[in-house]
Design a protein around this ligand. Sequence first.
Ligand code: ADP
Length: 842
Amino acid sequence: MPLTDLISLPSALSLPPVEQAKHWWKRQHPHRQDRLAMLAPLVAVLLFFAAIVTAFGYLRAEEFDREQEAVQRDVEYTQQRLRLLERQEQLTRLAREVSNRELDIEDFRSRAASMLNQYPEIQGLAWIDERHRVRVGTGTAIHPAAVSRAPADQSPHLENDRAYASAKLSNQPIYLQRLRDSEFAPLMQIYFPLNERNRFSGVLLAELSVDGLYRYGVPDEVTARYAISLLDANGALLAGTVIPTRKVSSYWLPWTTRNNAYSMPVSPVGSGLLVRGQAYRASLGVIGSGLFWLVGTLSVMTAWMLIANWRHTRRRLQAQQALVAETNFRRAMENSMLTGMRAMDLQGRITYVNAAFCQMTGWHESELIGSSAPFPYWPESDRELLASKLEEELSGKFTPGGFQVRVKRRDGSTFDARLYVAPLIDAMGTQTGWVTSMTDITEPNRVREQLSASHQRFTAVLEALDASISVAPLGSDELLFANKLYRQWFGTQANGHLQLVAEAGVPSSPTTDDSDDSVDSLAGLPTDAIADTETESGEIYDSALGKWLEVRTRYLSWVDGRLAQMVIATDITSRRLAEEQAATQSERAANSSRLITMGEMASSVAHELNQPLTAINNYCNGMVSRIKSKQITEEDLLGALDKTARQAQRAGQIIQRIRSFVKRSEPNRTPSDVSVMVSEAIELADIELRRRNVRLNHYVAARLPTMLVDPILIEQVLVNLLRNAAESIDTAQRPTAQRLVELRVVPTRIEGQSAIDFSVRDSGKGLAPEVMARLYEAFFSTKADGMGIGLSLCRSIVESHLGRMTAENIYNGAEVAGCRFSFWIPVADIGTLALEAPSPST
Ligand code: ADP
């Protein structure tokens, strides 16, 4: 670990507490910071409230204690001022004087009267002897009354007796409380024992009025401050006032209503009298609780205000966040906008430009804001124009469609822009300036120029085309487009277009056959596929123009969505003438070829004819000599004549076939039976084959379809191939066993259509490479007497029947063992009429 890390590691711990708190605060999430910032004052208020309550309570308790002390002090003072002890001492002195017999009855009476006068609370004094008899009774003279008033079995009497007995026993003054009853105010009786020469001699009874004691004993300044009361030992009220305690309020605020009270026994001991002082509830309770409630209310209000403030702040924060989001969104929108924006005040000073404007012009925002005309992006050459434009703009004359200007970039280059001006209205509805949007239209301009150039090129091509092109919507004689040649031929109306469509036999509206899925007959509208349909074409002769025209039509959906028909008419007059000439020439060639073939075959034909003619001659000679020698029967003669006739017939047939082969005739395609054509060709070639001592094997497949061909021409091809084969075998001088030609005719399929394949195979010398290369060349021949026209003619015949012809060598190992010429011709669809073909034969 590097040294620096070691140093920095405990740094956080060693920071002072304030710094630590700051660290901790910074680490908090902003959301949490917000919450804490809101809660802290609330907690502070609560703490303040708690502190106030505590302080208040403490002060109240202090005050209570102080009051308690004051009560205690005053009660003690009161107790002293009651001077009961002093009375007791004087009475004790009197009792002693009586005991010592210093007083007689009269003295006692006068002393008692003076005492009663001096001490108004003493209501009566009585001298009672040891036999319970009252010797003297003054004042209320209660004892006899007490004795007589109370029945013997009642407690006062008992109590009196008990007190008397106690005084006698204890030799101490005895106090007895007489409670307040219906007739008497409360009294206190004191029994002083009298001892005459250490012998009990009665008691001195003094009756003190407790009310009097209270009235004359308790100082006025004390009663003004406290509720002073005198109680007996059991706490029963004898005199004075008490403050009742209120339970309800003490439940809420115990310290404010608790009465401060203090009680103490009145000396001397044994008097059984208690003096109690109760502090009057000071207004402090009211003030205290008022203060308490004020503080409480203020605290609650502060807390409430804090919470309200917190909620308000939170709402404001939300609004602020929404505002920030909105501002960010607007700024993002402003920055991503491709249109330049510029705002001007009413004096024409720029007050705002957006990012796109700066990007387009290349000037920085700070360079543009505050600038006024001429602006840096004005090209020098256009300044006057732009100044007048600005003038118009500021005076409120702006074109709603915008106007085009040239703008100079910072690097000096310029571009075309379109400006749109609108008044800038603030939130109060007053106009504060003008806002201008700017779009770079260099590219659209360039595209438009390119488009118009390409349109020009396109029109030039179409105009220069040596075909008439016209487009017209379906079911309307409006002409949507026509090129120059069309206008030359037909003028500017759609008549020519419609005429071409009608004459070419091309439907002027697409088929509405329901079976055709490309048309929705219900909607009456053609589907898209119509526009894709193949071009239809026809050839017509326009007598008005005196031209042969090839008319091709095509459906297309026009630029406005309408379905239209395009007609392209090409002048094919010259081609037509050339074709006609070529046809005549090829016919002539075929014809002469046949003649040539026949010329070449002439010796064979002569040989062929020689046989029947010789036979006829022989028959005739034989018959003549036998008739002359009369050796012939009629029956024999008939037989010989029959044979002669047959030979003549055969000769005639030979001549007939050759004639029909040679006879000039137009190419004539008829449904032709393959086996018939093959057998006729074999018959024609047979003469040559036999002359060259070559055998022929032929195989014609069964059930071949009828072909739509010119049978004479096909026969010519076959004869040619068979003849060439025989010649080749002859030239190669093959032994007899190998002098064999094979002809096979089988059905085949070429490019998905059925065809018939003819092949002629020989065992001749084969085709040398140089021969192979020039095989179909007219007038190419390897033979001394050859014309070299046969194969070229064969090929053109096959191809005119849409077939193809091929030639190949046949190898026996590396040696050429012959060659095979084959050709196929497609079967035209004329109904596949199954024909019984002859079974293969040799
Ligand atoms: P010609 O028979 O008058 O020469 P063709 O056009 O029939 O004219 O034949 C052209 C040439 O093709 C012939 O000269 C010959 O050399 C060659 N040829 C044609 N058929 C065969 C064949 N079966 N075997 C070998 N060569 C052939």
